[in-house]
Design a protein. Sequence first.
Length: 174
Amino acid sequence: MSATEIEVKMVDPAQPGAQYCLREYFAELDRRFDTGYDPATALPCDTDEMRPPAGVFLLVALNGEPVGCAALKLPTGGPAELKRMWVSPGVRGLGIGRRLLEEAERRAAESRRTAIRLDSNHSLTEAITLYRSAGYIPVAPLNEDPYADRWFEKQLGPAPSAPRGARDQEEIVP
């Protein structure tokens, strides 16, 4: 697999590839959680919270096909919140999750956030292993999401410098 086969880009969360990933994410949670999963009863993360300036939605494509996603909420005056991170089971183990997580962290730092937080569930062992290996530490409950039973936070350093003009031209892919 070469770097050109994997692309991580910011897209509108209403875009078909983004919607596909979100449906797959919800379906996987429903299969894996002991009590199933109903997005209507979870804490909301609506489309507007995943669009600039309130947030970003990252889509991972492998050979042009959507295989992963993550949403980053950027509440005013607070830490970034990682939501809806998912990688297709068929491509797990290829480093896509780590690359997606690093991109979310970079964007949070660029947005002048000093920390990034997330909630998870004990059933998502692969995700929890990834978060811990990336420097996330367990913290006290951050919210009252009925499906969350693990909470993590990572302190972020200053944003890495992008080449001059590289970020100035970025647009959300429709």
